[in-house]
Design a protein around this ligand. Sequence first.
Ligand SMILES: Nc1nc2c(ncn2[C@@H]2O[C@H](COP(=O)(O)OP(=O)(O)OP(=O)(O)O)[C@@H](O)[C@H]2O)c(=O)[nH]1
Ligand SMILES: [Mg+2]
Length: 241
Amino acid sequence: MTKPIRILVFGLAGSGKTSLCNTLSRQAVEFSSSYHIYEPFEEDMRLGYELKVQLIDAVGLDKASNEGSPEGDFKQFIELLTDSEGYSLLIHVFRIPRIAQVEQYFELVANSPIPIVLVATGCEAIEPMSQWKTDNFHIFKKFGYKDLVCTCFAKSERSDLESLYAPLRAESRWAVLEAISIYAKEPILFPPEKGSIVAKKQDISPESPTLLQLLSTIFQMVQQWLIQQLHQLFTNKKEKK
Ligand SMILES: Nc1nc2c(ncn2[C@@H]2O[C@H](COP(=O)(O)OP(=O)(O)OP(=O)(O)O)[C@@H](O)[C@H]2O)c(=O)[nH]1
Ligand SMILES: [Mg+2]
């Protein structure tokens, strides 16, 4: 039996990770705040080969609720990311048009030996959905994302909305599966030391400056003071003349 392609799906809370995993795997896992390891599933691809995939839905990052802590969630994500089995692909989910949601993970992408594909959800109002990639992929590509897949994984109880969403979900499912078949490689371990670099960078916040930031502020203050002193010295000399 062939091993499934292991994929870690991550992104901010509420970006659409579980909706994507449920749609891709055709499993109905309840929306919850913890991570979930899906049952492996198989798919016959249109080009005649079979894809066997296992999705790992990471905990949502930067939750606005009071459940858990953002640091705890990020730590859990780094633990999943550096799992000893490794991953064939990372899928970074974010909701358009909030590009800033992605920026805080550029460091992770730059340090990732595992290929990363970006999946933009919320593209239902764009015709065709892939137009968003045409207009925006240049922003992300330079950071090392292999591809940007524009999707809609929304579901609705309202039949009029659901009749719009259902075909878009089906289209999105194929688009993500195709990206998986192109970019997933043999499982690679995300090196723990790289994981801690990413985790440390994430910790740096304006409220808790690092020693380096403090030294650089002191250096700038001293530099300004010296410039002022020199300026005064020159103006005094000129006045004396
Ligand atoms: N409009 C729109 N809504 C979406 C889309 N994908 C998911 N949603 C909705 O967004 C909400 C959050 O989706 P989830 O799949 O729970 O997001 P998540 O990233 O798993 O959230 P956490 O697990 O809390 O981090 C749900 O109401 C989904 O129906 C999309 O493409 N478009
Ligand atoms: Mg979820």
